[in-house]
Design a protein around this ligand. Structure first.
Ligand code: FMN
Length: 320
């Protein structure tokens, strides 16, 4: 069984992935947040900073991801990325945000299988393997069924399915029946994605789909970084957990302190970090509220250290 860390824009950047693999492990491959192609004849290297080899630990597997609806742009970017040493490029056709879907990108392309075909006709000619990360559809899962018929015609390396429609964004529940229908119609290796927040979630989903060997974790791993290794059968002593989290936090804090300008940006970034983690550290939401009120790094560090210095703060099950 393989576990993959989902790409989460603004969170799972190189520094995050490196620290995650050093401190928690359990992940077989890390999907990098999307790089959006732009109408240009040369790739701006700034866009590739997060996946540059020198910014990523050598012993972890990174899979770059592209958001695009244009085969020529996709291939232009992928050729450059392949020259950096990557042999798998993931195509994002799942992003649900209206700013993206309105332009027929992300899950906005799912109702248009002909556009998908057109892109793959050009993009599949490169010296890399394409994998796809999709949702069930934009509006409904019939769209996903039609997309899979197209995907079956191409030599892809696999298909990751987040078992929601784009219209659902992150609300409601995953639709396992539709996932099953689409996964069964797809001839490529499937990865399941969506709402694995606990070991029991993993057990329920893997028991229902015994033929699925790959699982992708996003918010579940961000809110409980010990979850992937727990799924893999490795137990980390409870008393060690807060000190590992402190090391993780301090690494991320110091990265952003050195790269962001000003305390406000730094505090806002760390609030995102806590929004995920607080599901396991904050029974009544008071600590998160205190962190949300911080606008300078001294106040912030005092609040964060109060949580991180107490080993009793961590709960293995989500408490909120
Ligand atoms: C804030 C945020 C940013 C995301 N960024 C990306 C992204 O860059 N690329 C992508 O394919 N999915 C992205 N996703 C979707 C996740 O990769 C994943 O598919 C989704 O969260 C469902 O998995 P989960 O229930 O395990 O979190 C993002 C999700 C969130 C909440």
């Amino acid at each position: 069984m393989n576990l993959f860390l989902a790409p989460i824009q603004g969170m799972t950047i190189a520094c995050y992935r490196n620290l995650f693999s050093e401190l928690f492990g359990g992940i077989d491959a890390y999907y990098a947040p999307f790089i959006a192609t732009a109408d240009m004849d040369k790739v701006n290297p700034v866009l590739l900073k997060d996946i540059m080899v020198e910014n990523n630990n050598k012993d972890i597997k990174i899979i770059p991801q592209i958001l695009s609806n244009n085969g020529t742009e996709f291939k232009l970017f992928s050729d450059v990325i392949a020259d950096m040493g990557y042999n798998e490029i993931n195509w994002n056709i799942g992003c649900p945000f209206p700013m993206v879907t309105r332009k027929k990108r992300g899950s906005g392309i799912l109702p248009y299988p002909d556009m998908i075909k057109k892109l793959l006709d050009i993009a599949c000619a490169g010296k890399y393997t394409i994998t796809v990360k999709m949702r069930l559809g934009l509006e409904n899962s019939e769209e996903g069924m039609r997309v899979v018929e197209v995907l079956n015609e191409y030599p892809l390396g696999g298909v990751i399915i987040h078992a929601r429609t784009g219209k659902q964004m992150y609300t409601g529940s995953v639709d396992l029946d539709s996932f099953e229908a689409i996964a069964s119609a797809c001839k490529h290796e499937i990865t399941y994605n969506g709402d694995i927040f606990t070991y029991d979630d993993y057990l329920r989903i893997s028991t229902r789909f015994p033929y699925i060997k790959n699982f992708m974790l996003g918010r579940g791993a961000l809110s409980n970084p010990f979850l992937p290794s727990a799924i893999k059968g490795k137990t980390i002593p409870h008393e060690d957990k807060m000190s590992l989290l402190k090391e993780f936090h301090d690494g991320i804090f110091s990265y952003y302190k050195n790269t962001l300008s000003g305390d406000k940006h730094l505090c806002d970034k760390m609030k995102e970090f806590w929004r995920q983690l607080s599901a396991h550290t904050d029974k009544d939401g008071k600590l998160l509220k205190r962190i949300k009120k911080c606008h300078n790094s001294n106040d912030y560090l005092e609040a964060a250290n109060q949580i991180l210095s107490s080993s009793s703060m961590w709960s293995d099950s989500p408490i909120r």
